[in-house]
Design a binder for this molecule. Structure first.
Ligand SMILES: O=P(O)(O)OC[C@H]1O[C@H](OP(=O)(O)OP(=O)(O)O)[C@H](O)[C@@H]1O
Ligand SMILES: O=c1[nH]c(=O)c2nc[nH]c2[nH]1
Ligand SMILES: [Mg+2]
Length: 173
């Protein structure tokens, strides 16, 4: 089901283009560059894959691990969180364990439930997202843009070009 067909989770829309996403993810890399050397990235799939690729390229990080968490269904509701793939033991054990020297990356933090689970897996890691909503913000160490809790962020990989009716025709049907 598309977000248009479904009853959206939030009334306000924040559409993000590929250009804007690339700029924001690069801005995140600039901010993280001041924190020293990262031994590895753990990206939260699937949304964390794209920002992780951009940050890894900018900061020359070569060890990229994934943790798979899913919770949102059809863009309409958040169900029970499912851990689909755990972090490998090798990455947990880096730098003495518990995620020290590890950078966790996701596209956004919303309620913070996903972030909580991954933080508990890697309590010493640094958690970074491109976007943050107020409820999840306390769980993130570094982010770029905050949007309000009643905003739904539309990522470029979820969108395509579509005809827009003229403003004069909208709401007149
Ligand atoms: O802060 P929360 O309320 O937990 O929500 C944030 C999470 O929700 C989205 O992932 P989703 O579960 O939709 O899976 P996906 O990354 O595979 O799209 C997003 O990529 C974050 O990982
Ligand atoms: O595409 C998305 N946009 C959002 O605002 C959001 N919040 C949780 N999960 C999300 N996925
Ligand atoms: Mg996700």
């Amino acid at each position: 089901m598309s977000p248009q067909e479904a009853q959206p989770l939030a009334p306000k829309a924040f559409p993000v283009s590929w250009d804007q996403f690339h700029r924001d993810a690069r801005a995140l890399a600039w901010r993280l560059a001041g924190h020293g050397e990262w031994k590895a990235i753990v990206c939260i799939t699937r949304g964390g894959l794209v920002p992780a690729a951009i940050v890894a390229r900018e900061l020359n990080i070569r060890i990229i691990e994934t943790v798979g968490i899913a919770s949102y269904h059809d863009y309409t509701s958040q169900g029970e969180l499912q851990v689909i793939k755990e972090v490998s033991r090798e990455v947990v054990a880096l730098e003495g364990g518990e995620g020290a020297g590890v950078l966790i990356i996701d596209d956004l933090v919303d309620t913070g439930k996903t972030a909580r689970i991954v933080r508990d897996m890697l309590p010493k890691a640094h958690f970074a997202t491109v976007y943050a909503k107020p409820k999840g913000r306390p769980l993130v160490d570094t982010f770029i843009t905050e949007v309000s809790q009643d905003t739904w962020i539309y990522f470029p990989w979820d969108m395509g070009f579509a005809f827009q009716p003229p403003i004069s025709r909208q709401g007149n049907d």
